[in-house]
Design a protein around this ligand. Sequence first.
Ligand SMILES: *Cc1c(COP(=O)(O)O)cnc(C)c1O
Length: 405
Amino acid sequence: MTNNPPLKNESLPDAHGYFGDFGGRFVPDTLMAPLLELEKAYDELYGRPEFWREYESLLKHFIGRETPLQHAARLSAHLGGAKIYLKREDLAHTGAHKINNAIGQILLARHMGKTRIIAETGAGQHGVATATAAAAFGMRCVVYMGAEDMARQAPNVYRMRLLGAEVVAVNNGSRTLKDAVSEAMRDWVGNIADTHYLLGSALGPHPYPRMVRDFQAIIGREARAQVMEAEGRLPDSIVACVGGGSNAIGIFSGFVDDENIKLIGVEAGGRQIAPGEHAARFAGGSPGIFQGMKTFILQDENGQAEPTHSVSAGLDYTGVGPEHAYLHALRRAEYTHVNDDEAVAAFHLLSRMEGIIPALESSHAVAHACKIAKGLGEKHLMIVNLSGRGDKDIGIIQKYEEEKA
Ligand SMILES: *Cc1c(COP(=O)(O)O)cnc(C)c1O
């Protein structure tokens, strides 16, 4: 709908992949070659309007963009304060924003002559988006997934297999997402010639944080044009959940240069802010190096990654994307957290108030909006990024409530 890129914040990261003090490329030598090849290919395509035209055509015809910006009239009235709009990423093909990035990277992979796609997945959402994009381009697809996660997320494993992907169980470490990332990197090193590693969020070594942001920036560009059309002005605040940080950085990027627009990232507060009980990196973490980047991570005094917990699988990760660490350091964005109970309550509230069952990840953003809406007053215009739909979470909600009862 709008010209792609450039973004106003495109000047970052710098040539070494840094957003201020954060980001970079902390990888073994064996990973340097494929990362440099990727960076070079992306730099080439970045300047080509025909690349972005093809990307936008796929977003329109395959993914169903643009996604609506909907006034949540009943929710706003119920809360009695800010006028709340929802950016409906839940209506994108496969039910979340992740497909925007998967499509962008598939085009890049094809440009590089790669025929095999690998990916990591935690809850399976990124695996499904990747398997979908790979199927649509006739590429082989291998998805690494922790054995623990495969058991918890069986329907998504089945979905990936239906789409023709091979799902490989990872039995190392905690048998969850971070172990799947390590396995995917190992595969990549051994298969550089024909394989592209399609990473799922705005994190990891340079150039992924930049590239994934650029592919998710469509959310912010659309939202900006849509709110201007609906309200004749820019919003006062943007609220988005932050796992790795891709849906949040995607929508933030459309507004980051307007200093008076408040950007609020919502992390997973889990059960409580105590080691192993949450995934709020800015509340309980500190700067460190993790999976190729320097950023805020949850670590013990020896620098070992701490276990994490969230009712929402997509927010349950040790490190946050480095551009968020940068926005945090600048105080350009504010980071907060809501706990499991609050997210589940927001899940129910939005379902009943608006007829939209949100993803548990997105429910964190909704929960924070609910907390602050009243105090902001009726003149306040807020956009909440509804990153995905909640069908995938119905079983988790059911179990959560049985355990509470
Ligand atoms: C994966 C996921 C997230 C978290 O990932 P980000 O990179 O932080 O956006 C959020 N919402 C949904 C629906 C997801 O599937």
